[in-house]
Design a protein around this ligand. Structure first.
Ligand SMILES: Nc1ncnc2c1ncn2[C@@H]1O[C@H](COP(=O)(O)OP(=O)(O)O)[C@@H](O)[C@H]1O
Ligand SMILES: [Mg+2]
Length: 234
């Protein structure tokens, strides 16, 4: 299977400008590849740098060292050195980031928010809305909420709207930062099914899951984040 992600020698130090420029080393010598159809789970205690690694992969944080090659439009783009316009193009077609948090857009209905990624890809509005309703239904959002703006929804409902939106148009590479945190068992099962469907469609996923049972079911492979920094500690 094709490698969709190639991480080579990545390091991240945070520079704390408001604390006399102190350097906080978080990640060093991170190297791995992820193939189409895999779900790689990042393992390690709180504060180990898992979310930082996903943000580096998405281009939200700048690497201190190393390369992050993502297969985009048939060639590898190095997210660590690409210009911002190219990063946006990679995100538009190839790379998505799923967290537990919904960015609420005032007055837009749940249905519109979920349908938006399809509409942006040129899918006809009524078709996009039908698919959005199917996704909302799968995530057990009651139909009476579909036409309402999620600002007043419960935290769990907002989280499920976010997942519906994130998985309605799967991308070749998907980064998941605790998408199942605080979901009930039934909705966790739905997320695991969505991950499996994305894998079967040929996506490469990299995920962080708080819950060991979820890790067990979602992972095709695991990496302990400490394995990268262990050499330095020794
Ligand atoms: N923007 C930031 N500025 C400074 N330090 C940060 C920043 N983001 C994360 N950190 C630090 O990096 C370390 C790893 O954080 P994080 O990646 O969130 O860990 P994890 O997701 O594994 O729990 C922590 O010590 C955290 O305080
Ligand atoms: Mg985290």
């Amino acid at each position: 299977m094709t490698e969709l992600v190639r991480v080579k020698g990545v390091a991240k130090d945070f520079v704390l400008h408001n604390q006399g420029g102190a350097r906080l080393p978080v990640l060093a010598r991170v190297s791995f590849a992820v193939k189409a159809g895999e779900c790689l789970v990042l393992h390690g205690p709180s504060g180990a740098g898992k979310s930082t690694l996903l943000r580096l992969l998405y281009g939200n944080y700048k690497c201190s060292q190393g390369e992050i090659q993502i297969l985009h439009r048939g060639r590898y783009v190095d997210i660590a050195s690409a210009d911002p316009r190219e990063v946006l193009d990679v995100r538009r077609l190839t790379l998505s980031y799923v967290s537990q948090f919904l960015r609420v857009i005032p007055r837009l209905s749940a249905q519109d928010i979920v349908a938006a990624p399809l509409v942006a890809r040129g899918v006809e509005r009524t078709i996009a809305h039908h698919r959005a309703q199917d996704m909302l239904d799968r995530l057990n959002i009651p139909a009476r909420l579909w036409g309402l703006a999620p600002a007043t929804f419960s935290g769990g409902e907002q989280q499920r709207v976010n997942i519906a939106r994130s998985f309605i148009a799967i991308t070749p590479v998907m980064l998941l930062d605790e998408p199942t945190a605080s979901l009930d068992a039934q909705n966790r099962d739905v997320v695991i099914a969505l991950i499996e469907e994305a894998r079967r469609a040929g996506s490469a996923l990299i995920g962080i899951f708080h819950d060991e049972a979820v890790r067990e079911r979602a992972a095709t492979r695991r990496i302990d984040i400490h394995s990268f920094t262990a050499a330095e500690a020794a």
